[in-house]
Design a protein around this ligand. Structure first.
Ligand SMILES: [Zn+2]
Length: 608
């Protein structure tokens, strides 16, 4: 019984859209920066607009905020959950958990505003978060000041919070005194604004009713503007690794791990994420780390299986022993056995000296078998024996060598399916599948995209000694809409490419990111056309025919022409603005006649 729900807000928009001839292209609007003076209490979406997205459907036991299911929860019940969390896992962990839960909620609300009011002015879209927060009964927000610079990406805002529900509950349980306590709300603000602007903007509560202040005061700034942002980020990243990653900053004597990370650029320490699917995987990792159980990571290429594997080792009791990794797909079948188990001198032509294999080198530590699904049947049999008996025999050797190794395996193929098709030994599968952890693809954890973009921007700025400012709004929008078939590794590559292409102080734009044939969603493709030197309208046609696979790849020809129109509109607006409204100059700029520009401007309802 899926139903199409149309809210009052939808109806209002449909009714108005006919009369509104000066609708602007959404991406264009969002490009602009703002400061407090541009923020009006009347700007849409107002509280009334937002409340029209709220539906009660008692007949089937659901409440909706547009397309998100909500629940009406007693504040006191949330308070008791909070108290039990603090009492059972400690203040710091509870704070992290609640901050991340708040982040998800803020990120969802920002998506709602982006989808429902794509034309909203940036300040109004930003203020909508405060209105939603109030509408949801969490807190009343008073703006002190806020400013956003679209060029540098710098955000700076200050707000007062009144009637904080979190404080009510915290004070009821613990009384006044101590540190600020509006953790979920801080997470919400961070999640909302970061998702809206596509860069990490961190909120911190500097005064709080729970610590005896008359009201709470929060300050939000772009991550790079905080001197000591690490103290906030520890609550945004999965708690299990807070202590571990601090320890890893010191020299951990695991040479192989460092070497593996250097050789495999996907494995830098970047356990970044707040989304629930990512956190679920982190939770599993934390549970299994202290044991010696075999762990099998599954998931698509590029989701971070190597990183999870190395983190698992790093937070396990074996962390001071070797972490040895082998990519089974990268080793020729004929060498596999000697790689894994070592070789005795004279075992075959060319075996001039005895050497240990990876199993022996990992003794006492962890052996990571990446892409285990590619092992040949023979190698599978030998691996199985090593796992069952805890001992190995070198190639050409006669004695058994006992090994104490924790095995972690990873695969991007469905091993059950491989077993059914007779390509993978069933007994080995059951040996490996003791504790499976599935890592979600990036498209299922889009909430983490701004966090990951910020993370890799900072990472590559440092590595390449650059000072790239951030991402343009068009770039952010493109990233949100992109499918990321290559997952986190692809996002990482895109950001690195952008950092290299862009000059210091500039922002990364769409064409810096997507420059090697990635196929973008149609509405985003239009933005890619916007730049690239002296663009002309005819160039658009050429570009369009030059990409036949893209055109053929989409069944809906109409959305293609919609994208083309969007692109044309964007080019026109840009040219007209650049020329200060002089149509002749705009026409020269575009390489078309003045009459064409005038005709098309009129067609699009552009005010000139
Ligand atoms: Zn507070």
């Amino acid at each position: 019984m899926p139903r199409q729900r149309i809210s009052l807000a939808d109806l209002a928009r449909i009714a108005n859209s006919g009369q509104d001839e000066h609708r602007t292209e959404p991406g264009e609007r969002v490009m602009a920066g703002f400061d407090t003076s541009g923020i009006s209490q009347q700007a849409h979406p107002t509280v009334a607009d937002l409340s029209e997205c709220l539906f009660f459907s008692p007949g089937d036991g659901r409440i909706w905020l547009q397309d998100q299911r909500m629940v009406l929860l007693h504040s006191e019940s949330l308070g008791s959950l909070r108290r039990e969390l603090i009492d059972s896992i400690g203040l710091d962990k509870a704070r992290g958990l609640l901050t991340r839960a708040g982040y998800v909620s803020g990120a969802r609300d920002a998506q709602l505003v982006r989808q429902q009011w794509p034309d909203a002015d940036p300040p109004a879209a930003a203020m909508a978060g405060t209105r939603l927060h109030a509408l949801e009964g969490v807190v009343q927000v008073e703006l002190v000041h806020a400013a956003y610079d679209a060029v540098t990406g710098a955000y700076d805002g200050e707000f007062l919070w009144h009637n904080s529900s979190e404080d009510d509950e915290h004070i009821a349980a613990y009384g006044v005194g101590g540190a600020p306590a509006c953790w979920m709300q801080v997470g919400y603000a961070t999640g909302y604004v970061s998702t809206l602007f596509g860069r990490l903007i961190v909120f911190r509560e500097v005064n709080c009713r729970s610590s005896g202040d008359p009201h709470c005061r929060v300050i939000g700034k772009s991550a790079e503007l905080w001197d000591d942002v690490q103290q906030d980020l520890r609550y945004l990243n999965a708690q299990a690794f807070v202590g571990a990653s601090a320890a890893a900053d010191g020299a951990v004597p695991v040479v192989d791990l460092q070497a593996y990370a250097a050789a495999n650029p996907g494995t830098e320490q970047s356990m970044v994420g707040t989304s629930s699917s990512f956190n679920a995987a982190c939770h599993m990792l934390h549970r299994v780390a202290p044991t010696t159980a075999t762990v099998l990571f599954t998931g698509e290429s590029g989701v971070g299986k190597e990183m999870f594997a190395s983190t698992l080792h790093r937070i396990s009791p074996r962390k001071d022993k070797p972490f040895v990794a082998i990519n089974c797909a990268a080793i020729p079948e004929t060498l596999m056995e000697s790689e894994l188990f070592g070789v005795e001198r004279g075992a075959y032509t060319g075996a001039g000296a005895s050497r240990p294999g990876r199993f022996e080198r990992a003794h006492g530590g962890t052996l990571f078998l990446d892409e285990v699904g590619t092992l040949s049947f023979v190698a599978q049999g030998k691996l199985l024996r090593a796992l069952q008996e805890g001992e190995i025999e070198r190639v050409g050797g006669t004695r058994s060598i006992g090994v104490d190794v924790r095995v972690i395996a990873a695969t991007n193929v469905d091993l059950r399916q491989a077993v059914r098709e007779g390509r993978f030994r069933e007994d080995l599968f059951f040996r490996l599948n003791v504790f499976p952890i599935h890592l979600p693809p990036l498209r299922d954890r889009r909430d983490d995209i701004p966090l990951l973009m910020s993370h890799f921007l900072a990472h590559y700025n440092k590595r390449h000694q650059r000072q790239v400012a951030g991402f343009s709004q068009a770039a952010v929008k493109a990233m949100y809409n992109y499918g990321f078939p290559g997952n986190i590794r692809e996002l990482q590559n895109l950001v690195e490419r952008g950092v290299i292409l862009v000059s210091d102080g500039e922002a990364i734009d769409v064409h810096h990111l997507f420059s090697s044939g990635e196929s973008l969603a149609q509405d985003v493709l239009s933005l890619a056309w916007r730049d690239g030197g002296p663009a002309t309208l005819s160039l658009l046609g050429a570009r369009r025919t030059a990409a036949p696979d893209e055109a053929a790849g989409t069944a809906q020809g109409t959305s293609k022409s919609g994208a083309l129109e969007q692109a044309e509109l964007a080019l026109l607006r840009q040219a007209i603005r650049r020329s200060g409204g002089n149509l002749a100059a705009a026409a020269r700029d575009l390489g078309v006649s003045r009459a064409t520009v005038a005709y098309r401007a009129k067609k699009f309802g552009l005010a000139v």
